[in-house]
Design a protein around this ligand. Structure first.
Ligand SMILES: Cc1ncc(C[n+]2csc(CCOP(=O)(O)OP(=O)(O)O)c2C)c(N)n1
Ligand SMILES: [Mg+2]
Length: 355
């Protein structure tokens, strides 16, 4: 029987080392969390193939370094919002796999009671304030939360903190996104915009969709400090997120990261036509796989390949158990007023009152 693994149901956090290299166990933690995400997504693909997921779902395979690298650099008061390709962000903040899988399967026991599904994940207890299905809709929400954080820090009700908003390259052509970035600049709020630029919005290549030299350059046009980062390198992402967070909290202002990444699978599990990109292109990104790259570093630093493979199998087994559990949960009842009002969503009130 394959041994099972224990998921650490708190956000992955690795304090800044002041430029010192991370210890082997810390590198292993980053690797482990990326593997949980990768294997979770493989499981989602299998559940979809078995017809167990109603509607679609969007896999995060290839971009694990983005969620893990950024969340590892945060502090406990920081808030996170994601988009519909959101399983990776949820696992990075520590959402238990059972709650995530049950949600994707539309079952009670899911993080949103099984009523939201794959695109509407939320875990207020872990400062995950939602994944959003409408492209670009959540950037204005993130700016509002960052304003609440600014006010709470100004009168010393809370330590300075940031709101992190993950979104895709497709969101950068939405008017609401541009308005939000501008508003963050003029109101000077600690919002960390994280654009996961995987080069495509469904099947539209960014070269045909995004004018200007770069997405980071667009943010720069609003006067927001911005950088382009290798989104396939978890250590580079983490370093950039540490810089961004330090800037945002010390200066009470926004920061923008454009993470250059890729999705190995189709836009959603329904997109089987891959003719909008070449096999060579997909392969060239797979060669730079973030998990393989870190595995190489770990093996050079002491870990044995066999030990890592065994841990990966244990993670896979635990996820399979979680899926069994989730499948046995009842479907939610008819929609009622329950869960409709903020007073039922403990934790948000304290941020709301900052305004
Ligand atoms: C306002 C809006 N327009 C269109 C859609 C349909 N849609 C869903 S995902 C998507 C592409 C978004 O691409 P991107 O932001 O690059 O994210 P990725 O899927 O690449 O992670 C579109 C157009 C939507 N959900 N919302
Ligand atoms: Mg994209």
């Amino acid at each position: 029987m394959t041994p099972t693994a224990v998921f650490v149901d708190t956000p992955i956090r690795i304090p800044a080392t002041g430029g010192e290299p991370l210890a082997v166990e810390q590198l292993r933690e980053l690797w482990r969390r990326m593997v949980w995400i990768r294997e979770h997504e493989h499981l989602m693909q299998r559940l979809n193939n078995q017809g167990l997921i109603r509607g679609s779902t969007h896999l995060y395979v290839g971009s694990e370094a983005c969620a893990v690298g950024v969340v590892s650099a945060l502090s406990d008061d920081d808030l996170v919002l994601g988009h519909y390709r959101g399983h990776g962000h949820a696992l990075a903040v520590g959402m238990p796999p059972r709650a995530l899988i049950a949600e994707v399967l539309g079952r009670t026991g899911g993080c949103s009671g099984g009523r939201g599904g794959t695109k509407h994940l939320m875990d207020v207890s872990r400062n995950h304030l939602g994944s959003y299905a409408i492209v670009g809709q959540h950037l204005p929400i993130a700016v509002g939360l960052a304003l609440a954080q600014k006010l709470a820090a100004a009168d010393e009700r809370r330590a300075p903190s940031v709101t992190v908003c993950f979104f895709g390259d497709g969101a950068i052509n939405q008017g609401a996104s541009m308005e939000a970035i501008n508003l963050a600049a003029v109101t000077s709020v600690p919002c960390l915009f994280v654009c996961e630029n995987n080069r495509y919005a469904v099947s539209s290549p960014m070269e045909k969709m995004v004018g200007g030299e770069s997405i980071a350059g667009r943010a720069g046009g609003f006067g927001v400090l911005a950088e382009q980062v290798d989104g396939m390198d978890v250590l580079a992402v983490r370093d950039a997120a540490l810089r961004a967070r330090a800037y945002a909290t010390e200066n009470t202002g926004p920061y923008f990261l454009e993470l250059l990444t890729y999705r190995y699978h189709g836009h959603s599990v329904f997109q089987v036509d891959d003719t909008y990109r070449t096999a060579e292109e997909v392969d060239s990104w797979r060669q730079r796989d973030p998990i393989d790259a870190l595995e190489k570093i770990l093996i050079e630093a002491a870990a044995s390949g066999g030990e890592l493979a065994a841990e990966r199998r244990a993670i896979e087994a635990t996820l399979a158990d979680a899926a069994e559990w989730a499948r046995d949960q009842p479907l939610p009842g008819a929609v009622s007023e329950e869960d409709m009002y903020a007073s039922n969503v403990g934790g948000l009130d304290s941020w709301g009152s900052a305004l």
